[in-house]
Design a protein around this ligand. Sequence first.
Ligand SMILES: Nc1ncnc2c1ncn2[C@@H]1O[C@H](COP(=O)(O)OP(=O)(O)OP(=O)(O)O)[C@@H](O)[C@H]1O
Ligand SMILES: [Mg+2]
Length: 446
Amino acid sequence: MRLVKTALTIAGSDSGGGAGIEADLKTFTAFGVHGLVAITSVTAQNTQAVTAIHDIPPEVVSEQIKAVAEDIGVDAAKTGMLSNAEIIKAVAKTVKEYDFPLVVDPVMIAKSGAPLLREDAVEALIKHILPLATLVTPNRFEAEKLSGMKIKTVEDAKTAAKKIAEETGAHAVIVKGGHIEGNEAIDVLYHNGTFREYRAPRVEGCTHGTGCSFSAAITANLAKGFPLEDAIKIAKEFITLGIATGHKIGKGHCPVNQSAWIEIPAEKWRTYEELTKAVREFENLNPVKLIPEVGTNFVYSLPHPYARTKEDVAGVKGRIVKYGNSVKAVGPVEFGASDHLARAVLTYMKFYPEYRSAINIKYSEEIIDLAKEEGLIVSFYDRREEPLEVKEREGATIPWGIETAISRAKKRPDLIYHLGDVGKEPMILIFGKTPKEVLEKIRIIL
Ligand SMILES: Nc1ncnc2c1ncn2[C@@H]1O[C@H](COP(=O)(O)OP(=O)(O)OP(=O)(O)O)[C@@H](O)[C@H]1O
Ligand SMILES: [Mg+2]
């Protein structure tokens, strides 16, 4: 018995790795589904343009589908770039022989504007492929083409979705809202005579491969046995996260980050474990003299590009305090447990993305002198120099202070201190790539 689910993508290759089968495979992997491919066309492509297209012979496309369906089995499939009418006919004929759910992403143009479907192939797509679709996922322009109407609003999208389903025989249609204006990206599903909206905040980020990754995520979740509505809901969360955390590569539209879905939970666990261990070691060093009145926190952020808010930074709940003659963490390591120090490390990471950990200790001139003697780089900020407009903005002091101290230093500072202000205790912050590296600096000071 096969325990892993499988999903097949019938689509083109994007050498830039942002869309097409590359995006689909990464998406399948993110959902723990074994990915299968039938390549329809090889494109030379990057974030800016498509510079060459080489279509695969239709019989070779069919053969790929047959090969995997006969031996491995397909739990769900999707189509992406089908390129020409002959490939469309071959795909339709072949998939008809099996009964897996089929998601059709009616890809017509690339994000860069290049056509990916010949003009004369649109008719073939409508005639041969759409009637076989469990779900069709047109974007605004594709929905306009398929429905023959203009789409400007969510209401228009609804009308178009219903029209496409009724006229083509597709089982369900979702008109995607990536190109429909508004603060939210709203997708409209028409299924079994009813509408459903999927909403997400419109995010700044990377949008090359959104359509491919979205339809692949739906396909993966259909393969896992989720009902259509649930599969779309999961895919919507997946794509919103992928856009927001996309890696800024290339000079054009940067690609969606399909790994975020699994990388964030994985990194959270690693971050939690490493910090927990380091906090224990810090307690064992028993550095009573280093604990300030307000207590110490020890933080470790998720790596770039997942370090976005304080919720992405792990810290010690209730801080680390003096307890008689010993040093104790009050609570466990948790994400979002630190406010001040989390903001400090997030600011520091804007300059030095690999330096994800920090600790705060009691200030003394002695420590500063000693650190300098030991070759650590020290910088500072003076709260009295803080501009009024920064003072008035909630939570702005620390980012300002860290930025000021970094720009003052000629080299990357290991320690940043400030001498306090009315009601503010002077403090030293120590930074490192990992909690382990921060601990090494603590050991030097001790
Ligand atoms: N800026 C954004 N913020 C949030 N969601 C977005 C954004 N842009 C697109 N989406 C969502 O991404 C999914 C894909 O929709 P989109 O309209 O971008 O597809 P597409 O035009 O086919 O993409 P592609 O050009 O990659 O083929 C939809 O769920 C859409 O709502
Ligand atoms: Mg698309």
